[in-house]
Design a protein around this ligand. Sequence first.
Ligand SMILES: Cc1ncc(COP(=O)(O)O)c(C=O)c1O
Length: 369
Amino acid sequence: MSPRGRVSSLLPDFPWDTIASVKVRAAAHPGGIVDLSVGTPVDPVDPLIRTALNSVAAVPGYPTTHGTPELRAAAVDALKRRYGITGLEPAAVLPAIGTKELIAGLPRLLGLGAGDLVVIPEVAYPTYEVGALLAGAQVLRADGLTRLGPQTPALIYVNSPSNPTGRVLGVEHLRKVVAFARERGAIVASDECYLGLTWEGRALSLLDPEVCDGDHTNLLAVHSLSKTSNLASYRAGFVAGDPALVAELLEVRKHAGMMVPFPIQAAMTAALSDDAHEARQRERYRARRDVLRKALEAAGFRVDHSEAGLYLWSTRGEPCRTTLDWLADRGILAAPGDFYGPGASEHVRIALTATDERIAAAAERLAAG
Ligand SMILES: Cc1ncc(COP(=O)(O)O)c(C=O)c1O
């Protein structure tokens, strides 16, 4: 062990361990478990993407950290086509080995350390906090900028649409974050993992000209292909935005060998160049969402936010662990709200990432009372 102690002791307990016994209970259901606790894709990777992966499977050399020119051009084009992002140069795109590793390393890669403040959403994907703690920085959970008072954060995370709540931030909110960050010299990192999975209203990228007026200075958008293209197993994502920040991240990641495997780069290029498979996947989730949402509401749940993303942020107005037990008795496993922050103790996060058959089974069990 390191003479300085265990790095893991800086981090919170791994939350999934705390629902192991509930999982056993759900798995005991005669019809089998319906595991809606994690947002892992279940539908096969599109043949178009598999073909692209295979087509370069014989290439033996090292890939570049910056990614192929084709990949970066495909990312720029996809961001423009899908989300209206303009003014992005291919040089300002950097592939990541899935975005979780990028987020967990980002504060450190940006040079943050003790004395720096990282602002994360009050109810948040846990890796924002993990990355800040690994860098030795302080963490503040705040949805509104007034909570910050006179403090100057080094990095502000936004996550719209949100995991776990499915909440979408409006253009005015995002513009305020950008204006505040510009005033105080903070970097804004926008995790846009679920931007392509919006059910109601409109979700905007941080790099949308309506949000940033076309100025990407100090702004980073983090994009995962895990959910929109079913590529969680491939580990495929990228960050884009401020050319100077991306160049700095590239410089450090080059030294550290943080490169996306070449066949995955080819797969990403194909995925980013095709919107049809993404649209088909979105419609699968939309159908599952309709079934599950109706069943939850009929069973007395209230679904909050959830206008986008892969989760139904649900409550029965009781402690989330009680709801977790209630669902487990019906063979359904959800994630407790308390995984995501102290302010979420009465919600459970119910994922849409199960097969049609499992979603139908969950709906049937909910209807049976
Ligand atoms: C909000 C959010 N960001 C990032 C990720 C990480 O995705 P990946 O590492 O698969 O790109 C997830 C995965 O669930 C997520 O929910």
